[in-house]
Design a binder for this molecule. Structure first.
Ligand SMILES: Nc1ncnc2c1ncn2[C@@H]1O[C@H](COP(=O)(O)OP(=O)(O)O)[C@@H](O)[C@H]1O
Ligand SMILES: [Mg+2]
Length: 244
């Protein structure tokens, strides 16, 4: 089994508040892994530690076998990241913005031009490529956010609540696209969300976080049957209520 992510008692403390509490977890590569939990559960903090944006207070973790503290640049080169609230520069065009991100990644220019063209076409943005991002709808902005996360053809995509704010059609398109990325390109995806129906529709495996702690992880079908639940919402509510 090859692992995309491995956490070993990973913790993050902000002053006297423990946001992520001794989290141990394994995520196999090539799958879409659901990272569930309500607001404040610790999802964003965990993702930011994986990318080297926040330093862990304790514990350790690896992404594709690389240490998140000492090898974060090598990890970042293999990851795509879509933050939860991603503010695009309003005055830049879609093409200009993607070129700017590609330059930050130091991607090869000829390869970059081709890749940007492919991504704009894939997300049906080609005709808006030279329009300012400030004029884009929420759905179009989300596609630009996803395109920048895919520029470096990442092995691991870290998506922080990517469906929040999308209309039903936008959500359906995004989920379909993520499924195809995992199936056709074997891209590993960490899909953070509190929208349980989205997790149920694209993830076979998931972890549930609650107040910084892991309360369950593994195959969703196995978790549901072990707890006598038919739906993911029932499973989540049952596990959370057991703790209250
Ligand atoms: N920089 C920070 N300083 C203090 N507390 C923080 C900071 N960042 C996050 N937190 C707190 O840590 C907890 C987990 O936050 P977060 O990881 O953003 O959760 P989630 O993404 O699951 O909603 C929250 O209670 C949040 O207020
Ligand atoms: Mg968050």
């Amino acid at each position: 089994m090859s692992l995309a992510i491995e956490l070993h008692k990973l913790s993050k403390q902000f002053q006297d508040f423990i946001a992520v509490d001794s989290l141990s977890l394994k995520v196999e590569s090539g799958q879409i892994f659901g990272f569930m939990g309500h607001n404040g559960a610790g999802k964003t903090t965990t993702i930011q530690m994986l990318l080297g944006l926040l330093k862990p207070s304790a514990g350790r973790a690896q992404v594709f076998g690389l240490d998140i503290v000492t090898e974060s640049l090598a990890i970042r080169a293999q990851c795509g990241y879509l933050p939860a609230s991603y503010h695009l520069p309003r005055e830049m065009t879609a093409h200009g913005f993607l070129s700017y991100i590609a330059a930050m990644f130091e991607l090869e220019p000829a390869q970059t031009r081709k890749r940007i063209g492919e991504l704009l076409e894939r997300f049906e943005l080609s005709e808006f490529a030279h329009q300012k991002l400030g004029t884009f709808s929420t759905g179009m902005s989300q596609k630009v956010g996803l395109a920048q996360a895919l520029l470096n053809q990442p092995r691991l995509l870290l998506l922080d609540e990517p469906t929040a704010g999308l209309d039903p059609l936008g959500r359906h398109d995004l989920l379909t696209y993520l499924r195809s990325l995992a199936q056709e390109h074997r891209t590993s995806i960490l899909f953070s969300s509190h929208i349980l129906s989205d997790i149920e529709s694209i993830c076979e495996q998931a972890a549930i976080l609650h107040k910084g702690k892991l309360i369950a992880s593994g195959s969703l079908d196995e978790l549901k049957s072990a707890h006598g639940c038919e739906r993911i919402d029932d499973l989540y509510l049952k596990l959370v209520r057991e703790l209250s």
